[in-house]
Design a protein around this ligand. Structure first.
Ligand SMILES: [Mn+2]
Length: 511
């Protein structure tokens, strides 16, 4: 039998065999949507293979976090969605005999190798767009099902006769049912491009469809198709800006009113997921017509349709039914350091954990809108090539970048210059994650810097990853990220010098 990604199969089997030899395993994973789904996939695969394990989450896998792991009694440590980039540190512990690492990751490896290292980049597969941490964990899970012989064969009845196992039972036996979580992780890591997942990710999607845990189809590329009331779905959809609808409460309402459509049922706004195909067609066509008549470029209009990844086993009208909403829910738990809640949701806790996750998401949205109001009210300072604001401790450093990006285009905040936001790093607060040793308080003397641009600025040469890296290192900090969004940490008091440097670098890039 071959796994979903043939290039990775041999290595996945080697890693799986090593896990099966362990008496017990410490599973450690990154805290974000991809890391949470990675952990959930690995946890279920270990459990089904009857390998005892414990799960811990780390926000950052630094020297201290790895030393803490080494100090445990575990001889085998499974790292998911991180570990490759820290192989130099991990390798030193391996050499010292502290533990044997098994890694399922997709980040750029450090300059060091180890035997049980499953990473698409080692096999010519793009780790940024073709396979996520959850995808690598899924490949490992499939190999674990193949290698472990602890599970009784579900197709054989107790009396030795053959029972007709359902497709889902088969999918569970070979871990293909976990493909849905792998897709949520990939979507959470923004691996969909041009409206869909590609490469190794697409192979995982195919397995999920085959196993009955995923459905795909072309649909409107708007966020919130499961849970948002129709007017809000349209109003908040700003990836493709449609004049008179996007960011326009009354406009969105008027647009819907003009369609021959039942907008409310039982006094409640209907949601996209509850519309018939015909009704969806009515809205979509009208939306495209409006976009065309308001001069939205054809390329942008194409972006109104994308592939939706639906989890048909989850209840309709819930976040869990749509891969993109599911990943957003998970990110909300991660951002507020409630990995335990996110993991619970992934593992099927539909009562306590799901309710807590929704509360965190509501709270997150409120924090965002308060942050945007604050920035818009107080305004930004314009330099020649950048604009910036300092939130102090009034916006959490974990969301200040998103706030900055969302505030662009509001009154006084330009979309033709990148925006840079400063916020104080706070000592980590109480957290109920399984392990708090990662929450070593950051020095209060540090400032988190977040920068956001637009795709049109990137096309003109903007690379915020370079800006954040160079400007921060010039003031004894460090940073990096992506061309359109990046971040840094710098010592407090160096903000002015940082802005001066960043302004120069952006000027050079855009000249
Ligand atoms: Mn990841």
């Amino acid at each position: 039998m071959t796994g979903p990604v043939p290039e990775l199969e041999d290595r996945a089997v080697t890693c799986a065999e090593r896990l099966c030899e362990a008496d017990r395993v410490l599973l450690t994973s990154h805290i974000d949507a991809d890391g949470l789904t990675s952990a959930a996939i690995a946890a279920q695969a270990l459990e089904r293979a009857s390998i005892p394990f414990e799960t811990v989450f780390k926000k950052q896998l630094d020297d201290q976090a790895i030393a803490d792991i080494a100090a445990t009694d575990y001889d085998t440590v499974l790292f998911t969605d991180f570990g490759s980039g820290q192989l130099d540190i991990i390798g030193a512990h391996e050499d010292a005999g502290d533990f044997t690492p098994v890694i399922a990751d997709h980040h750029q490896p450090a300059d060091r190798e180890t035997e049980y290292h499953l990473n698409p980049l080692l096999f010519g597969i793009n780790g940024a767009s073709e396979l996520s941490g959850a995808g690598a964990s899924y490949v490992l899970a499939r190999a674990l099902a193949e290698v472990s012989d602890n599970e009784p064969d579900p197709s054989v009845a107790a009396d030795g006769g053959t029972v007709t196992a359902s497709g889902t039972a088969n999918a569970r036996a070979d871990n293909r049912d976990l493909a849905a979580l792998a897709v949520v992780g990939a979507v959470g890591d923004m691996q969909a491009s041009g409206g869909e997942l590609h490469g190794a990710n697409a192979k995982i999607v195919a397995e999920g469809v085959d196993a009955g845990v995923l459905e795909t189809g072309k649909d409107l590329a708007l966020y919130g198709k499961q849970t948002r009331p129709l007017p809000k779905l349209l109003e908040y959809a700003t990836d493709v800006h449609i004049p008179g609808i996007s960011n326009d409460e009354n406009g969105a309402l008027r647009f819907l009113d003009g369609l021959d459509l039942e907008l409310k049922r039982d006094g409640e706004w209907r949601r996209w997921s509850g519309l018939t195909n015909e009704e969806k067609q009515t809205v979509a066509s009208a939306l495209v017509r409006r976009a065309v008549s308001s001069g939205v470029p054809a390329k942008k209009i194409e972006g109104l349709v994308s592939t939706a990844y639906v989890l048909p086993e989850e209840p309709a009208g819930t976040e869990l039914r749509d891969a993109s909403e599911f990943s957003t829910l998970l990110n909300a738990t991660a951002r507020y350091e409630r990995a335990d809640v996110g993991l619970g949701v992934c593992l099927g806790d539909r009562d306590g954990a799901l309710e807590r996750a929704r509360k965190l998401l509501r709270n997150h949205r409120r924090n965002l809108s308060e942050g945007i109001d604050l920035v818009t009210r107080e305004g930004v300072t314009h330099e020649d090539n950048v604009q910036w604001f300092h939130a102090g401790d009034r916006i959490r450093e974990t969301i200040v970048g998103i706030v900055a990006g969302m505030a662009m285009g509001n009154e006084g905040i330009s979309r033709s210059k990148p925006i840079i936001a400063f916020a104080e790093k706070r000592a980590e607060r109480e957290s109920a994650t399984a392990n708090r040793s990662d929450d070593v308080p950051a020095a209060d003397e540090e400032i988190k810097v977040s920068a956001r641009g637009t795709h049109s600025l990137v096309r003109k040469g903007l690379d915020l990853s370079a800006v954040m890296g160079q400007a921060s290192r010039a003031v004894d900090g460090d940073g990096g990220g992506h061309d359109v969004a990046a971040g840094a940490t710098i010592p407090k008091g160096n903000e002015d010098e940082f802005i001066e440097r960043a302004d120069e670098i952006v000027g050079d890039q855009l000249s």
